[in-house]
Design a protein around this ligand. Sequence first.
Ligand code: FPP
Length: 239
Amino acid sequence: MTKADSLQKLPKHIAVVMDGNGRWAKKRHLPRSMGHKAGTKAVRKLIENVVALQIPVLTLFAFGTENWQRPTDEVEDLMDLFFTHLEKEVALFQEHNIQVRIIGDLTLFSETLRDCILRTQSLTATHTGLVLVIAASYSGRWDITQAAQQLAQDVQEGLLTTKQIDAAKFSTKLCLPDLPDADLFIRTSGERRISNFMLWQLAYTELYFTDILWPDFDKKELDAALEFFNSRQRRFGKV
Ligand code: FPP
């Protein structure tokens, strides 16, 4: 039995900002792309560990809206990695009954990558195990904005009145309407920011920050985050 197996409460939804790939590579005098490649290995390990713990939802922040402003070479490297990762991991998704969902502004991706995303999503749509959400070309503000646009459209078409818009109605238009909000947020690499990730869904989330760089995030680190979560008393604004 591992440490995490003995914990009383486990989160239902973990959201992760996988930060520090570049610094990991720099420390080893390697190109940044090698840091991202090492980062995908940590992604695989995390997925396997989360599946073993039967945690229902895992959301990974793979590429933010702002990341499009990185040098073209790095953006291309990340896109290649993303594409290869999805293709390569289909076997893992099948083996563990993992349902994959990609959230973000998919219109900004190449047609090849968009096809690959849609293929992976439809191939795994009926899977009933872990829901693996990959946020790519995503930002919390983008999600809230696109939800507002949909609501405005509904009002314009007479399907809804402005008075009928409340928080519950609003969240039906966000990217993950059917999933529980994240209960544990993890960010690696020592930065203590949310950086425009899941702004709506993190309202009552426990925030865990670690100095570990993403490629070094292993089972021991996940256990530490889960122990932190287990020690928190969540009150959701009540006493
Ligand atoms: C942040 O590190 C990391 C990213 C912008 C990319 C994350 C991508 C991966 C872990 C690999 C692909 C993932 C999937 C799900 C296929 P950084 O480059 O900002 O590092 P730095 O702050 O040290 O420079």
